[in-house]
Design a protein around this ligand. Structure first.
Ligand code: UDP
Ligand code: MG
Length: 328
């Protein structure tokens, strides 16, 4: 048995809660109050890691205030706004506990569900994710687009990404270690959580409306998030472009043959300007679309090939994910 494994087995059960926060000063106190009450009831050694994702309001001061009154609070302060996915990763890098819960600060994910997540973890599941049974206070368009997106992802990707599931979940230590080893710049977290495998379990819950403050997502961001999900987890669009190209080329070839034969048999009255124009613009459009799809993948390869660190902390170096092997 490896030394690390031995220590892991001897350690008492400890739990880290990772909370990415970006401009959440209105909800933070309420959130922490509810979270602390839940953590008190667990009987585990706990730690709450707030990742300040370059907030521009009083969030940082609010976290400092919480830390004064609660020794469990740890602050990870990023050098600018990196986005929720990277903030989450930074939190996971800094979590050393036997299990880690990832939760939003806006109280849309109820902290009261944590004991249930923990219970399933103790039963032996590595990833216990909270599955929304309903989304209160969100527009019909958002619900419909989210519904379609999850079904499309299901069809496109070989990894089964659970539908109607956000980032709210519990990860065992080996699951956290696995996620932290994936250092890609474009992080579709739900996909990564699913990709690592291990025994996974869903816990249904009712998603509440935001407690206060405003969502940081608009439809343009959501569209890009969907693109991120698709391009990070499947190359199918590239294949579709190839087959559409092939079909239209075959069609054009057949049409050309038909024109030649018709000219030979019937002579050439030379009409057909409109149809020619339609064909040329249609094919031009298809070509641009295909180039665009290739470009999406190429841009991601470009970003990955730079091999930059995922984030910087305001003070000090980003923590190396391999140090996660150290005990709590
Ligand atoms: N968040 C973050 N960085 C960002 C945007 C959001 O850390 O750039 C945090 C935010 O503070 C919250 C969580 O991610 O704790 C979810 O954000 P939000 O509620 O805006 O997303 P939604 O629930 O609408 O999907
Ligand atoms: Mg929210």
């Amino acid at each position: 048995m490896l030394l690390g494994e031995q220590k892991e087995m001897q350690a008492p059960h400890s739990l880290s809660v990772v909370v990415p926060v970006f401009n959440e000063q209105e909800v933070l106190a309420d959130f922490h109050c509810r979270l602390a009450a839940v953590l008190d009831s667990l009987g585990l050694r706990t730690q709450v890691i707030y990742v300040n994702d370059g907030s521009t309001d009083g969030t940082l001061e609010a976290i400092a205030q919480l830390a004064e009154h609660d020794a469990r609070v740890v602050l990870v302060d990023l050098s600018r706004n990196f986005g929720k996915e990277i903030a989450l990763t930074a939190g996971l890098d800094h979590a050393d506990a036997d299990a880690v819960v990832v939760i939003d600060a806006d109280l849309q994910d109820p902290p009261e569900l944590i004991p249930e997540l923990v219970a399933h973890w103790l039963d032996g599941y590595d990833v216990v994710y909270a599955k929304r049974t309903c989304r209160d206070g969100e527009s019909v368009t958002k619900k419909v687009t989210a519904f379609l997106f999850y079904r499309l992802m299901q069809k496109l990707s070989r990894v089964r990404i659970p539908e109607d599931t956000g980032d709210f979940r519990l990860l065992s230590r080996r699951a956290v270690r696995a996620v932290c080893q994936m250092r890609e710049q474009h992080r579709f977290m739900k996909g990564l959580f699913a990709w690592i495998g291990f025994p996974q379990k869903a816990v249904p819950y009712r998603r509440a409306p935001r407690h206060a403050g405003a969502t940081k997502w608009n439809y343009w961001k959501l569209w890009n998030f969907a693109l991120e999900g698709i391009t990070s987890f499947t190359c199918l669009p590239l294949k579709i472009a190839t087959y559409v190209g092939l079909c239209s080329a075959l069609g054009a070839f057949a049409y050309g043959l038909y024109i030649v034969l018709r000219t030979v048999v019937l002579g050439s009255p030379a009409p057909g300007y409109p149809s020619l124009l339609a064909m040329v613009t249609f094919l031009g459009g298809l070509q641009l679309l295909s180039i665009g799809i290739i470009g999406e993948y190429l841009a991601r390869m470009f970003d990955e090939s730079k091999r930059r660190p995922l984030y910087f902390l305001k003070d000090g170096q980003p923590r190396d994910s391999l140090r996660l092997a150290a005990p709590f």
